[in-house]
Ligand binder design. Sequence first.
Ligand code: PGA
Length: 267
Amino acid sequence: MTLIRRTPLIAGNWKMYKTEEQAEDYIQALLPRVSATAGVDVALCVPFTDLRAMIDSARGSRVEVYAQNMHEEPEGAFTGEVSAPMLRELDVRGVVLGHSERRGMFGETDKALALKVPAALAAGLAPILCVGETEQERDNDDTDRKLRQQIKEDLAAVPGERLADVVIAYEPIWAIGTGRVATPEQAQEAIAFIRALVADRDEHAAERVRILYGGSVKPENAAELLALTDVDGALVGGASLEAEPFAAIVAAAARPSTTATGPSPTR
Ligand code: PGA
């Protein structure tokens, strides 16, 4: 068994919320609340229009600023799209890719994600790749198949030595914005399975890759989820929209981040 230290990541996903003025108020409220918290990485995934202001305001703090989407090409005739080099030029640290809202409402495909993930890495952005099953897929015992397909296809073009540079977020779609959080057993089982899928590609990467849980994470349930062996942080939607609950979730992750991992069984 190898003893690996994975620093937890708490990432707030604002979705399509907050004008620049609202974002400024938020960051001024958040920074003092998280400045003393050690042993945890903190990210805010914000609308494109808030990026520059948030990067300026968060500079020198522990809060990193991420985007919520990008196009796979560096430039081109793609009206309304934004590329990885454009984000990097602003000093954006990373990007959410394949969120279920983008997959479900905006036609994001595994084929596009197979191009977006390596394009983000090549530009120096840290991708947070979202995967997860629908309620129907869970009811039909199809969760493992769905996760296997998404992980296999979306990460196909990422070489083994770069797999650990991707953050994976396991977000069961039935738990997103519903208040219906996965049980600790469901979260641990799915995330251990995802880690085993990464191990099938590269065992060393599987020990280092950070896998987050997302879906109705709140201050009240964060500590229990974050204590699970394979859970390396959280992707937080609704509870990230106010500084206080988000800071409470960050505080729940601030613990000695020693995690013992061995190869998980492959199903
Ligand atoms: P939620 O959203 O925390 O509001 O459920 C999570 C997400 O969409 O990433």
